[in-house]
Ligand binder design. Structure first.
Ligand SMILES: Nc1ncnc2c1ncn2[C@@H]1O[C@H](COP(=O)(O)OP(=O)(O)OP(=O)(O)O)[C@@H](O)[C@H]1O
Length: 231
């Protein structure tokens, strides 16, 4: 269980609060207007932004003051965060060892992850020579090798067309089926939430609603979600 207990944060004029619990293995989509605090929430969970108040716990362990690398969390950003001067395999390897001195077993693990995301044989290329979809796959391979129980996705496939995005969401679901990891994904598209998420939280009005089951939420949307969806 991931718990956000009375979390609050102020950055500049922006304030947000969160108090919620997410069962291990759940797949949560965060939906809400631009600037509502979706990325900020991921940054709180990943440890890049400390809260002003409150606690974050995972399976009972207090993470609130843990450094990002010490948390059971991996995060995939919108721009995929590849280092252009490193090869694809090295970029994936960064998920295992920031200093990039991989053992033979770790290098084999990188190859396996590349294989799993459909990039077998592409490890020696530079990220800039891959298509957008392939770059997303490589970023997902980096998340895979980290084997963390919580995966955070911050609109990672927003730049892809609908078909490619669908493929990537299917691949993420496949990976989650295998690893059992808990997912929290920012999305602007309700159909993405429907495709992959077991639960949805609406982020609006400076707060995050507790996760609700996806179909139930869309069948009977609260006002904040109706406002966001329009009409
Ligand atoms: N480092 C910062 N300092 C001050 N304010 C910030 C900082 N980072 C974000 N904010 C503000 O916090 C609010 C929430 O931003 P956040 O990026 O979390 O929104 P979001 O819901 O992810 O938006 P979008 O859907 O547009 O990506 C915004 O008003 C933003 O301007």
């Amino acid at each position: 269980m991931l718990r956000l207990e009375n979390l609050s944060l102020t950055q500049g004029v922006f304030t947000m609060t969160a108090d919620m619990a997410l069962p291990a293995g759940a797949r949560l989509a965060l939906i809400g207007p631009s600037g509502a605090g979706k990325s900020t929430l991921l940054n709180l969970i990943a440890g890049f932004t400390p809260p002003d108040q409150g606690r974050i716990t995972w399976q009972g362990d207090d993470l609130t003051d843990a450094a990002p690398g010490a948390r059971p969390v991996s995060i995939l950003f919108q721009d995929n965060n590849h280092f252009p001067h490193l090869t694809v395999a090295q970029n994936v390897g960064l998920g295992l060892r920031p200093a990039l001195k991989l053992t033979a077993a770790e290098a084999a693990e990188v190859d396996r992850a590349l294989d799993q995301v459909g990039l077998a044989g592409m490890g020696t290329r530079k990220p800039g020579t891959l298509s957008g979809g392939q770059q997303s796959r490589a970023a997902l391979a980096r998340v895979l090798v980290q084997k963390k129980p919580i995966v955070l996705l911050d609109e990672p496939f927003a730049a892809l067309g609908p078909a490619l995005k669908g493929e990537m969401l299917d691949l993420v679901a496949e990976v989650l089926d295998q690893t059992g990891a808990t997912l929290i994904m920012v999305s602007h598209q309700p159909e993405d939430a429907r495709a992959i998420a077991s639960h949805v939280s609406v982020v609006a009005d400076r707060t995050i609603t507790p996760p609700q089951e996806t179909e139930a939420l869309f069948t009977n949307p609260p006002q904040a979600l109706r406002d966001y969806l329009g009409g």
